[in-house]
Design a protein around this ligand. Structure first.
Ligand SMILES: [Zn+2]
Length: 130
């Protein structure tokens, strides 16, 4: 394999993106925890909306990470069996392990669009007076 294989650069870019997304997920988990605790501690506080926004962001990021993992496999000349998740060579028509037929599909080569950041968590201690 060539030292400056452009495929490797693409894979590195995808891996970096996955790592960034994982960091974002962990940040959201932190915020969700704080928000949840805020309403546990004070029953007048309702952070449900803020919590849900972050849960949706996490779901979206997880999906994006799955897509990136598929793209990395694709760069390596592999694809996942939709049934048993076994890695197969791209050119296989049937999964070598479970025999499922592969649909003709390619991972979208489109550049991923950056995840929308949810607004930062409001400080949990702040008293809400209305
Ligand atoms: Zn399979």
């Amino acid at each position: 394999m060539a030292f400056f294989d452009p495929k490797n650069k693409t894979i590195t870019t995808y891996e970096k993106s996955i790592s960034d997304k994982n960091a974002s997920i962990n940040r959201y988990y932190d915020e969700i925890g704080r928000l949840y605790y805020g309403q546990y501690k004070d029953m007048n506080v309702d952070n449900t909306k803020d919590i849900n926004t972050r849960c949706e962001a996490v779901t979206r990021l997880i999906k994006e990470i799955e897509d990136l993992k598929l793209k990395i496999l694709f760069e390596k000349g592999l694809k996942l069996c939709p049934s048993c998740k076994t890695e197969n060579q791209l050119e296989y028509t049937f999964c070598y392990k479970c025999g499922s037929r592969f649909d003709i599909e390619q991972p979208a080569a489109e550049a991923e669009k950056p995840a929308e950041e949810a607004p930062a968590a409001a400080p949990a201690e702040e008293a809400k007076e209305e």
